[in-house]
Design a protein around this ligand. Structure first.
Ligand SMILES: NC(=O)c1ccc[n+]([C@@H]2O[C@H](COP(=O)([O-])OP(=O)(O)OC[C@H]3O[C@@H](n4cnc5c(N)ncnc54)[C@H](OP(=O)(O)O)[C@@H]3O)[C@@H](O)[C@H]2O)c1
Length: 254
C-alpha cells in the first residue's frame, strides 16, 4: 500500500514497471503479468482504499506496490514523482483511460446532437493530457532505468482509416487519435535520450470499458491481452517505428 515511508523497491536488481489504472481490467492484468515475470510493479490507482483485488495481490507479493495517482490531476502526478525520486522506471505503462459514455443508457453526450463540453474536457484530460504529462513528470525515472520505455495504450478506435465508416464515441475516438500524435511527438523528443516511446493496443478485451461500449462480440480475457502486451513491450527497441501496434503484433493503420 502507498505510505508516507520513503519508497523502496522490493527487488532493486529486477526491472520496474509503473502501470496506471491498475485496479481493474487490463491494468490489473498487467500488474499480475509483470509481477509474474519477477518485475517490481508500481500499481498506480486513483482510489487505493477501494482497490480490493489489487491490495490482496500486493499483500501477497512485496514486489507489487500500490500508489495513489489520478491522471487528471497534475498535483497528484507531482506527488507521485516526488515519492519516486531516484527510482528507475524501466517501463511507464500509460493504461488508464475512460470511454466517457455508456452505450446502454442511451447517453448521447459524445454523439452529434448531444455534444457535451464537460465530457469532452474529461475524456481528453484523462486519455490525452494525462499520459503526456505523466511522462513529463516521470521522465527522469525512465531515463535512469535500463530498458527506458514509455507506452501509450491506444485503440483501433483512434485510427482514421479504420473509423472511416463509423461514428461510435466521438470523444474517445478523438482522444486515441490525439494520444497517437502526442506519443509520436514525445517519441521524437525522447529518442535522443535513448527512450523508446511506443503505442500498443490491447485488442477487444472483456473489461468494464468494453461492456460500457455495448460491444457484445468475442473478446480476449484481460490476462490474455496482458500476456501478449508484455511480450510486445519486452520486444520493443529504440528502432521501433512508433506506429500503433495491435496486441497480435499487426500494425494498426493510422
Ligand atoms: N477493453 C478493450 O477492449 C480496450 C480496447 C482498446 C483499448 N483499450 C484501452 O485499454 C486501457 C485499459 O482499458 P480497460 O478496458 O481495462 O478499461 P477499464 O476496465 O474501464 O479500466 C480503466 C482503468 O482506468 C482507470 N482510470 C480512469 N480514470 C482515471 C483517472 N482519472 N486516474 C487514474 N485512473 C483512472 C480506472 O480506475 P477507476 O476504477 O478508479 O475508475 C480503471 O482502473 C485503456 O487505455 C483503454 O482505452 C481497451
Amino acid at each position: 500500500m502507498s505510505s508516507s515511508l520513503p519508497f523502496r523497491l522490493a527487488d532493486p536488481a529486477s526491472p520496474t514497471v509503473l502501470v496506471t489504472g491498475a485496479n481493474r481490467g487490463i491494468g490489473l492484468a498487467l500488474v499480475r503479468e509483470f509481477a509474474g515475470h519477477g518485475w517490481n510493479v508500481i500499481a498506480a490507482v486513483r482510489r487505493p482504499a477501494e482497490a480490493g483485488e489489487l491490495i490482496a495481490l500486493a499483500t501477497g507479493d512485496p514486489r507489487v506496490r500500490v500508489e495513489s495517482l489520478d491522471v487528471t490531476s497534475v498535483a497528484s502526478m507531482r506527488e507521485l514523482a516526488a515519492r519516486l525520486q531516484g527510482v528507475p522506471l524501466d517501463v511507464l505503462f500509460n493504461n488508464a483511460a475512460i470511454l466517457g459514455d455508456r452505450h446502454d443508457t442511451g447517453n448521447t453526450k459524445q454523439k452529434f446532437g448531444g455534444l457535451d463540453e464537460a465530457l469532452f474536457d474529461q475524456v481528453m484530460k484523462t486519455n490525452v493530457y494525462g499520459p503526456l504529462k505523466l511522462a513529463e513528470c516521470l521522465v527522469p525515472n525512465v531515463a535512469a532505468s535500463t530498458r527506458k520505455k514509455i507506452i501509450g495504450m491506444t485503440s483501433g478506435l483512434g485510427s482514421l482509416a479504420l473509423m472511416e465508416r463509423m461514428s461510435l464515441f466521438y470523444y474517445y475516438q478523438m482522444s486515441k487519435a490525439a494520444l497517437n500524435m502526442g506519443m509520436r511527438a514525445l517519441r521524437h523528443d525522447l529518442r535522443p535520450r535513448g527512450i523508446t516511446v511506443a503505442l500498443l493496443a490491447p485488442g477487444m478485451v472483456g473489461t468494464d470499458l468494453l461492456a460500457e461500449s455495448g460491444y457484445r462480440g468475442e473478446a480476449l480475457a484481460p490476462a490474455q491481452s496482458a500476456a501478449a502486451l508484455y511480450r510486445l513491450v519486452e520486444g520493443l527497441t529504440i528502432g521501433d517505428p512508433g506506429v500503433p501496434v495491435n496486441v497480435d503484433g499487426q500494425l494498426i493503420p493510422w
